[in-house]
Design a protein around this ligand. Structure first.
Ligand code: M6P
Ligand code: ZN
Length: 187
């Protein structure tokens, strides 16, 4: 029998105590996802170690669920805001939730039929990501964007298609506000 647990999550930093795993994603690893390659090179040259986001997770041996936090730094590359790689799930029948703790952003979703949806991310909003919808989170604010995610342990990430093709929509800054536009290089 599994024992109950209590995990302390700091809503401003995403730090979890206890946690069982953690990784950092540096800006320099994400060149493929941004449109403006010159802006990307310039930012990486300025600070090759800059962090884009951090994922912390809690995985309990024997459980069907696991969950964690993602903490995204604010920033832009060209007109695009800092964002996650974006993925489908390996298990095409499994969903996920994102519950925003602090900051503000947009969760961009895309179905296999290329239908697009955008869900606002702000404290209090819990987004449901249905099975087989690709999803990418975008920090459109000037503070860290922190959210809790939860899914089945079997879910897995499938990055291939989104890395190769991008998503049909981009979130860019226009006059200080986020704007969702068509991705000119999506085909
Ligand atoms: C969310 C979850 C994680 C995911 C992370 C970063 O927190 O869906 O499973 O790893 O975002 O997103 P990505 O893996 O697409 O870079
Ligand atoms: Zn996911």
């Amino acid at each position: 029998m599994l024992s109950p647990e209590s995990i302390d999550i700091n809503p401003n930093t995403g730090v979890m105590e206890p946690a069982t795993g953690r990784y950092l994603k540096k800006v320099c690893e994400l060149g493929q996802i941004y449109q403006d390659k010159d802006a990307f090179e310039a930012l990486v040259a300025e600070d090759p170690e800059q962090i884009a986001y951090e994922v912390i997770e809690y995985r309990k041996a024997g459980s069907d669920l696991f969950f964690g936090t993602t903490t995204m730094r604010p920033g832009k590359i060209g007109r695009e805001y800092f964002m996650t790689r974006g993925h489908y799930h390996k298990r095409r029948d499994l969903s996920e939730i994102y519950y925003t703790q602090s900051g503000s952003g947009i969760l961009l979703l895309q179905s296999r039929q290329e239908e697009t949806k955008a869900i606002e991310m702000r404290p209090g909003i819990c987004a449901y990501i249905p099975p087989d919808w690709a999803h990418r989170s975008i920090n459109t604010g000037s503070d860290d964007l922190v959210f809790v995610w939860c899914c089945d342990v079997e879910t897995g990430h499938d990055y291939g298609e989104i890395l190769d093709r991008g998503m049909a929509k981009l979130v860019v800054e226009q006059l200080g506000e986020p704007l969702i536009v068509d991705n000119p290089s999506f085909n």
